[in-house]
Design a protein. Structure first.
Length: 531
């Protein structure tokens, strides 16, 4: 399944935009390579003519790519006929499902590597630009906290944008557009001034913010219900996989004596191109195609997965297609629970996890040793993703979420109790780090999977976008606090900030959260409307 008019409204325009974006990004590389003898330090260097031309091509290329993907408004024609993909929910697993699983898992890894890299680029960026941070507490310098703050603010805005786009232009087209932005914003690694890095980090966040919820929305609408839960969690476990890859890169190839911290941004060029290769195995959601009155395309996707479309005898119900539906009955209580849980995940992910590399270095570990400790903690926790996937898929989706929140709360409470002294015992440090490093990533995956199941197709991408945006909002809050306090938050503080919203989320989810295990998506939504 290669991109075609079914996915791209104007294929020629789209591919021209992609080509210009690739060329524009590549023109930024010579300046980075010329700085090899200076340890790849670009601070203070003037932008070369190649970079200026490349920047112009990036703007033009991204604009053309967007124009090529967005259909004309009159081309969006929601279907007045009640059609169903119910047979898809009972279809057996086929090789096409496995190919989809692997392709989306790789796409999630590529996506999550970018916000994860913020934690590992911060120490190097602070040293090169002379910024204030845990290792450089210079009072009159700009804070390094602005770096992740701009990036996470971009992801928060991007989550809303991608939620809208996912329901407007399609799940698959949104993934293609994310790939374009990944390529364009890889140039963050070649920016010679701090303010340029901030601007590119904001743009990077816009591209990254919504791809994870879009991926889960697509998967939930495509795979059989018996396998939906565990497949989504296994894909989500690649959030932890991304952490392992980035921490390994930071400890090896992106180390100060190798290619430097900028490499963690520049790899966005090849990984963005990889998304276009992966799209060969990623179809458009058949449920989205039916809603857009494209039954022939939906039937082709269903045949690929061993199912057919059926027409239901019941009259089609008029659905509210606006984002406001998420904040009205019957979804208001559920949305509150999702937002609280997402804020708890965000404050931990972008608070504790964001600052742990810097905090470990502040407590005496070298940059390489700190990255190695975090990589090892992520590797030790990674196999636990399998039992979590099985619990979610075959025991209870709702209880699995509550269990993970409880474990996370206990681990964060331990960091509150020990504070900086936790580094004195390396075994205890590894054990406790597994939960906030691996656990928060798998909880993020479980939240994304659960959110993709509990909202109707007409606003599923926007519901997932709301969850993702709330996650990033938690990060914005704690990073803004770090900027306002003129200091990087400590281990104890970042652990404490995550506990409160997680505790509140438990109560709200227990009351309003539906069970989704092995249920047809339309039946889950019907249960909500029956309340």
């Amino acid at each position: 399944m290669d991109p075609s008019p079914a996915t791209t409204a104007r294929p020629a325009v789209f591919w021209l935009g992609v080509a210009l974006t690739v060329v524009g990004a590549a023109l930024h590389l010579p300046m980075y390579l010329m700085a090899r003898d200076m340890g790849y330090r670009l601070v203070g260097m003037p932008m070369s003519p190649d970079m200026l031309v490349g920047m112009a091509l990036l703007v033009l290329g991204v604009g053309l790519s967007i124009h090529g993907l967005v259909p004309a408004r009159n081309a969006v024609r929601p279907s007045p006929v009640r059609l169903s993909v119910a047979p898809l929910d009972d279809a057996p697993i086929r090789p096409a499902h496995i190919a989809l699983l692997l392709a989306l898992a790789a796409a999630v890894t590529i996506d999550v590597m970018k916000p994860v890299a913020l934690a590992f680029t911060a120490p190097g960026a602070a040293a090169e630009y002379g910024l204030r941070g845990p290792l450089h507490p210079t009072a009159d310098a700009l804070p390094i906290a602005l770096y992740p703050l701009f990036g996470i603010t971009g992801t928060m805005l991007g989550a809303f944008l991608w939620g809208f786009l996912g329901d407007r232009i399609g799940r698959r087209a949104s993934i293609l557009l994310a790939g374009v932005l990944f390529i364009a914003t890889s140039t963050c690694g070649a920016m010679p001034e701090y303010w340029m890095n901030l601007a590119m980090c904001l743009a990077m966040g816009l591209g990254v913010g919504g791809m994870l919820p879009i991926t889960f929305a697509l998967l939930s609408e495509t795979v059989p219900r018996r396998h939906r839960g565990w497949m989504m969690i296994l894909i989500g476990s690649d959030i932890a996989g991304a952490y392992i890859i980035v921490s390994w890169l930071a400890a090896t190839w992106a180390a100060p004596d190798r290619f430097g911290w900028r490499l963690l941004w520049l790899i966005g060029l090849p990984t963005g191109l990889a998304l276009f290769v992966l799209n060969r195995w990623i179809p458009e959601s058949p449920r989205f195609l039916l809603r857009m009155n494209r039954p022939q395309e939906a039937a082709a996707v269903l045949r690929r997965y061993g199912a057919e479309i059926i027409e239901e005898t019941a009259a089609a119900r008029t659905e509210d297609t606006s984002t406001r539906q998420l904040l009205r009955r019957p979804f208001l209580g559920l949305s509150i629970a999702v937002v609280l849980l997402a804020i708890g995940v965000g404050t931990t992910q972008f608070g504790f996890q964001q600052w742990i590399p810097s905090n470990l270095q502040r407590l005496g570990l070298s940059e390489v040793n700190a990255s190695s400790v975090l990589r090892n903690a992520a590797i030790l926790g990674f196999p636990l993703s399998i039992p979590v996937a099985l619990l979610y898929g075959f025991w209870s989706s709702k209880k699995t979420v509550l269990l993970l929140v409880g474990v996370m709360t206990v681990a964060l409470s331990a960091f509150i109790a020990f504070g900086d002294s936790v580094v004195d015992n390396r075994v205890a440090l590894y054990v406790l780090l597994i939960v906030p490093i691996w656990g928060i990533n798998i909880l993020n995956a479980v939240l994304a999977a659960y959110t993709a199941e509990v909202y109707p197709t007409v606003v599923r991408a926007r519901g997932s976008g709301l969850s993702a945006a709330a996650t990033k909002a938690g990060g914005v809050l704690i990073l803004a606090a770090a900027v306002a306090a003129f200091a990087a938050p400590s281990i104890r503080f970042t652990a404490a900030v995550g506990v409160a919203p997680l505790a509140l989320a438990v109560g709200a989810l227990a009351i309003y959260g539906p069970e989704t295990r092995q249920r047809q998506l339309e039946h889950i939504t019907a249960t909500q409307f029956a309340k």
